[in-house]
Design a protein around this ligand. Structure first.
Ligand code: GRG
Length: 302
């Protein structure tokens, strides 16, 4: 009997449930962790994120024939890094946001000091989680070493943290499109590129396969961020009830600000096409889910 392939929505739902289940008990049994810290870390981990980065780790691993179970420790690791970055980004010293994912931000619930430490705890625990991949049957220790190294690089000073600093500095004055692209590349795309390469490494990808996944991730990451800028602006305009360049009013400079809405949308289309081309060149044996994810992100509305 031929069973139909689950739809992309079903696939995303399955992965999200799997990752959520594992993150639910992210601290190993028997560890003595202060209750307030564990609660604060868990609050943000379970606050209803899309689990996009874990999805990419798992889809990349599966596209090369590895199991989702093997990819799960790294999938959880990247979600921990992402969650820490959001907690810190929301702090009064940075974006000073009261709500995230429709819920009060971590520091609003647990206080600033605990929120900072919850972010620190998630960042360090991500490396613990990534290393657990080496215990999975078929995953090579040298691949895990490369994953840990790349997590530090893509999330660190020349990666996401560097992108965040460039963004903060950009807010002081008007920046240009090249500068904005640098911010998007590092603040957003780097962790997405990491996710794809790490999934590939779980499956012992060849260098040609890693390069295809990297190209796909870079284009997808940029498309995702430009789409985010577009959705933000559309949301702001709906809230304000008028068509203004609300980005400019908030001192936020985005793709639509430089290019306008239509050209920004065209850029998202172009990047999505080029992401898909990167994984259909023949080096990735089963690229279907990666292609579905690119289309899914293009059509998302949040
Ligand atoms: C504090 C070091 C440090 C970095 C912060 C992630 C970040 C960098 C800032 C958050 C603000 C922002 C809009 C970043 C761009 C990346 C992005 C679109 C994050 C939101 O990712 P989603 O949509 O979030 O995957 P969910 O909530 O679904 O997990």
């Amino acid at each position: 009997m031929h069973l139909a392939k689950p739809s992309i929505n079903q696939y995303i739902g399955e992965i999200s449930e799997l990752v959520g289940g594992r993150l639910e008990s992210f601290l190993p049994e028997g560890w003595e962790v202060p209750e307030s810290l564990a609660k604060s870390m868990k609050y943000s981990l379970m606050a209803g994120g899309k689990r996009l980065r874990p999805l990419l780790v798992i889809a990349a691993a599966e596209s090369l024939g590895a199991s989702r179970e093997a990819a799960l420790p790294v999938a959880c690791a990247v979600e921990m890094v992402h969650t820490y970055s959001l907690i810190h980004d929301d702090l009064p010293a940075m974006d000073d946001d009261d709500f995230r994912r429709g819920k009060p931000t971590n520091h609003k619930v647990f206080g600033e000091a605990t929120a900072i430490l919850a972010g620190d705890g998630l960042l360090t625990h991500a490396f613990y989680s990534a290393v657990q991949a080496a215990r999975q049957p078929g995953v090579k220790a040298e691949e895990v070493l490369a994953i840990v190294e790349e997590l530090a690089v893509y999330a660190g000073p020349s990666g996401m943290v560097g992108g965040q600093v460039a963004d903060m500095e950009g807010e002081q004055g008007l920046t240009d499109l090249q500068r904005l692209r640098f911010i998007h590349e590092h603040k957003t795309a780097d962790l997405i590129v990491f996710s794809l390469k790490a999934g590939g490494r779980i499956a012992a990808a060849t260098s040609a396969q890693l390069s295809a996944l990297e190209t796909y991730g870079r284009a997808l990451g940029l498309a995702f961020q430009i789409q985010d800028d577009i959705l933000d602006l559309v949301g702001d305009e709906a809230k304000l009830g008028k068509k203004t360049q609300s980005d400019v009013k908030q001192g936020k400079v985005t793709y639509p600000y430089f290019l306008g809405m239509e050209a920004s949308r065209a850029e998202v289309d172009r990047l999505t096409r080029s992401a898909k081309e990167a994984v259909t060149g023949g080096s990735i044996p089963n690229p279907e889910r990666l292609l579905d994810i690119a289309d899914y992100l293009l059509s998302r509305d949040h």
